[in-house]
Ligand binder design. Structure first.
Ligand SMILES: *[C@@H]1O[C@H](CO)[C@@H](O)[C@H](O)[C@H]1NC(C)=O
Ligand SMILES: *[C@@H]1O[C@H](CO)[C@@H](O)[C@H](O)[C@H]1NC(C)=O
Length: 458
């Protein structure tokens, strides 16, 4: 496979750093050296929160060969900032013998890794060919001239992902419903999933939206049926996962409110779904939600002023309670997809920030190590749940990808002239692109993690 690992900067950096200051470097490289003693045959697993904290077995194993060279050179700053992955030396267990909720060790964090060029196997579908990519993410059709951003594959540092196989993905979904619930970022991921699964169909008419709807941001519910696999892939819009409402003031004006202790109205649709993928995040940083004035409501109390981060925590707890009460781990899998990083230069989404002209990922700098407080909150809430929610911990892999956003190519050329300069989209992702990887990670999780008990062997 002619994938060219990005070894060059690292190879250059190492001797240079060693030359500069050995005593200074030692504390930085020590974790790396320690990690090198981990046996290379590690249990593959997607890290699930209920496996944490993993015990650290620091077995000195001089006789075991070191792992193959890391596919990705992390910038030294990143290396010293990011926590070391759990070191475990328990032998791999066949996933089928492990009971649900137990783990095979959780030794390989598939979210710790880097992007590799893969001209042969990426993108998973040719740009401009998938009819389910709506205009906002159809960068190639909208005239984006470069395509290099479609040719990266995510490579975990300490193991490899199962080779992506859309046919097998569909076979695993046979007779089941998969539903993405969340904001437009999840619609982005939903369209990606439709496109990568579509590639497995020799007859593309064997999938369709059951009501004949075309995907637009105006509609909040879509159901795609894959006839030959008797399965559906669905999207339900829910910006906050908790209930949006309105209140009327004395002048009879209506104002939006958010009831952080009540689950969203769409929750009735979530019940009984076999695979659920949730997210919420970006809307919590917008205007009225961020300001929190006369907006958050709990019980009968409308708070005159409330902190949006605390509101996010309480909303997620409301969601967690609902999942624990209504979902059965023996029947369903629930994912929570972590925060997807935006890359605005010189401004924000509503103040002239931009990301046009970015054609390569970034491999160094503070952005690589960034991990928002909301993710710590999500980890804490999920960690306290009875239901073993699987965290799709994609924040870090998105940190690198300043090249992946639509920027000024979120509109067809005719419409673009008017808006592009003022408002660029540096939050969502071009398709094909980064969300394809999130779906590959869902596939990996279905392959590597034990199935719910009630799922028949496929
Ligand atoms: C993909 O999965 C299908 C169904 O499980 C299998 O028949 C096929 O051989 C797989 N393809 C590859 C390249 O592994
Ligand atoms: C998710 O990834 C970040 C690195 O980006 C890491 O700090 C964090 O511990 C991970 N969380 C889990 C639950 O694995």
């Amino acid at each position: 496979m002619p994938s060219a690992p990005l070894l060059l900067p690292w190879r250059l950096a190492l001797p240079l750093l060693a030359f500069v200051s050995v005593p200074f470097l030692l504390p930085l490289t020590l974790p790396f050296l320690l990690r090198s003693s981990v046996p290379s045959r590690q249990a593959l697993s997607l890290r699930r929160l209920d496996w944490l904290p993993s015990p650290l077995h620091r077995t000195p194993a001089p006789s075991t060969p070191p792992p193959p060279p890391s596919p990705l050179p992390m910038a030294p700053t990143t290396m010293s900032l990011s926590p070391a992955p759990p070191l475990a030396s328990s032998p791999p267990q066949p996933p089928d013998t492990a009971g649900y909720g137990e783990s095979a060790g959780g030794t390989c964090d598939v979210y710790d890794g880097g992007w590799m060029r893969d001209e042969e196997a990426r993108p998973l579908y040719p740009p401009g060919t998938c009819p389910y990519v709506d205009e906002a993410y159809a960068c190639a059709s909208n005239g984006r001239p470069d395509a290099s951003y479609t040719r990266w594959r995510w490579a975990p540092r300490w193991c490899s992902l199962p080779r992506f196989n859309a046919t097998d993905f569909l076979a695993r979904l046979r007779g089941k419903r998969l539903m993405l619930v969340g904001d437009s970022m999840n619609r982005n991921q939903f369209e990606s999933l439709l496109c990568i699964l579509r590639e497995a169909l020799s007859d593309k008419t064997r999938m369709f939206e059951t009501h004949g709807y075309r995907i637009t941001k105006g509609r909040g519910y879509f159901v795609f049926k894959f006839v030959d696999y008797d399965c559906t892939v669905e999207f339900v819009r829910s910006h906050f996962l908790v209930r949006e409402g309105v209140r009327y003031n004395r002048q009879r004006n209506s104002n939006p409110i958010l009831q952080i202790d009540r689950i969203d109205k769409t929750a009735s649709r979530w019940k009984k779904v076999d695979v659920l993928v949730f997210n919420t995040g970006h809307w919590w940083t917008h205007g009225k939600t961020a300001r929190g004035k006369n907006y958050y409501k709990e019980g009968d109390t409308l708070y005159p002023q409330f902190d949006s981060t605390e509101a996010y925590r309480r909303a997620l707890k409301t969601w967690a309670r609902w999942i624990d009460k209504n979902m059965d781990p023996a029947k369903s899998i629930v994912f929570y997809r972590g925060y997807s990083t935006a890359h605005f230069r010189a401004g924000d989404w509503d103040s002239g920030g931009s990301c046009n002209g970015e054609t390569e990922p970034t491999f160094r700098g503070a952005v690589i190590g960034s991990y928002p407080e909301k993710m710590r909150i999500a980890e804490a809430v999920i960690g306290g749940m009875r239901f073993p929610v699987r965290l799709l911990n994609v924040t870090k892999l998105t940190n690198f990808r300043k090249d992946g956003h639509p920027s000024m190519y979120s509109k067809a050329p005719a419409a673009r002239k008017k808006v592009s300069r003022r408002k660029q989209d540096c939050s969502h992702w071009c398709l094909p692109g980064v969300p394809d990887t999130w779906n590959e990670l869902i596939y990996a999780s279905l392959v590597l993690d034990p199935k719910p008990r009630s799922w028949k062997h496929h």
